[in-house]
Design a protein around this ligand. Structure first.
Ligand code: KG4
Ligand code: ZN
Length: 341
């Protein structure tokens, strides 16, 4: 079975084609970064309008790159939530309508399940069960994964998601949107010994996170230190480094804790922040100490993409699950509500 996947939940239009026998055949992402950059963040209405412009051309491009015609597609998967409702509506309407016109089944995919399954596109793929750390712009979650559709939430962020904390802190440091990658680049030049930021909620039991205090801590440190430094550029880099170290170590501490209480030593790290190089290095170290193994998607599949939606959709379509004709995207949607495959 060959599935076309469409991702439009936020500020990236993503399209991919996954084939059950041959694997991923093609994929492409169109990023709206330039549109939102001047506003310092995603403007939902502009995001929706641009998805309207880009989705069909991107589908044509991906099909043609893979040498495929629409007749060779057996199913359509689209992101049905969670995300920006207008943006979701675009992908859902295009995806559902194409499937109807082509006379093939469609399925609405949960965006975070897409992220969680993205490492399955790599070799070696993780075997079930595993523990997943999902770190994106909208979510920070630890998920015990028994199988596809059998998820138990172990912990999550009580306020800002890890990616959101990166983005907001980057803004405080005067960095351009999207802040996460820009902050990570600045942190490369920072001295890790200069400042030590708190590791929120690591001094008490449990697997929840809280990152909003770190951005206030950054703001206060920045104001205090710029007043007394004669090298403000280095100070900013040192602060960026301290922030990154704090987020990364907090995530590593919670993952270690989750692995110790889990039967499996396999860890999956996915979502946009999973592209962070320091996070990957520290997770590898921790997992080696615990005698485990970490699985990541390639960095381009950590951030939003259509390949992961095609793959997750393929899993569910080949199990006979389909979406009704009504288009019902959901801005909020708990992964634990998903049916098993
Ligand atoms: O998964 P994603 O593409 O979109 C959502 O589902 O939210 O994640 C985007 C988030 C943004 O907050 C972005 O700043 C962050 O991932 N991000 C990074 C890096 N690359 C992307 N954060 C830290 N370091 C990176 N290298
Ligand atoms: Zn995402």
């Amino acid at each position: 079975m060959r599935v076309l996947g469409i991702e439009t939940s936020c500020d990236e239009t993503g399209v991919g084609v996954f084939d059950g026998d041959r694997g991923l055949l093609a994929h492409a992402v169109y990023s709206q970064v330039e549109i939102h950059a001047e506003y310092g963040g995603v403007v939902p209405e502009l995001a929706s309008r641009d998805h309207v412009r880009k989705t069909l051309p991107l589908i044509r491009q991906v099909l043609s790159e893979a040498g495929l015609t629409k007749e060779s597609i057996d199913g359509v998967a689209f992101t049905a939530g969670p995300g920006l409702i207008g943006a979701l509506l675009v992908g859902a309407a295009f995806g559902r309508a194409l499937a109807w016109a082509w006379g093939i089944p469609a399925i609405g995919v949960h965006h975070m399940e897409g992220h969680l399954l993205a490492p399955m596109l790599e070799a070696p793929a993780p075997a079930f069960p595993f523990t997943a750390l999902l770190v994106s712009g909208g979510h920070t979650q630890l998920v015990e994964t028994a199988a596809i559709g059998r998820y138990r939430l172990l912990g999550e962020s009580l306020d800002d998601a890890a990616g959101e904390a990166f983005d907001k802190t980057a803004k405080i440091l005067g960095l351009p949107y999207p802040g996460g990658p820009a902050l990570a680049r600045l942190a490369e030049q920072g001295d890790p010994r200069r400042y030590r930021f708190p590791r929120p909620m690591t001094d008490r039991p449990g697997l929840d996170f809280s990152f909003s205090g770190l951005k206030t801590f950054t703001l206060n440190t920045l104001q205090r230190e710029t007043a007394r430094t004669d090298d403000p550029a280095q100070t900013r880099a040192d602060i960026a480094r301290a922030f990154e170290e704090a987020v990364v170590e907090t995530l590593v501490i919670k993952c270690r804790r989750a692995l110790r209480q889990s039967a499996s030593k396999r860890l999956v790290v996915a979502g946009g922040v999973g592209a962070n190089r320091r996070l990957r290095a520290r997770m590898d170290e921790m997992s080696a100490q615990e005698g485990g193994e970490v699985f990541y998607p390639r960095p381009t599949f950590c951030t939003d993409n259509g390949a992961m939606i095609a793959y997750a959709g393929w899993q569910r379509l080949q199990a006979g699950q389909t979406a009704p004709l009504a288009i019902e995207p959901r801005a909020r949607w708990r992964m634990e509500e998903l049916p098993p495959v």
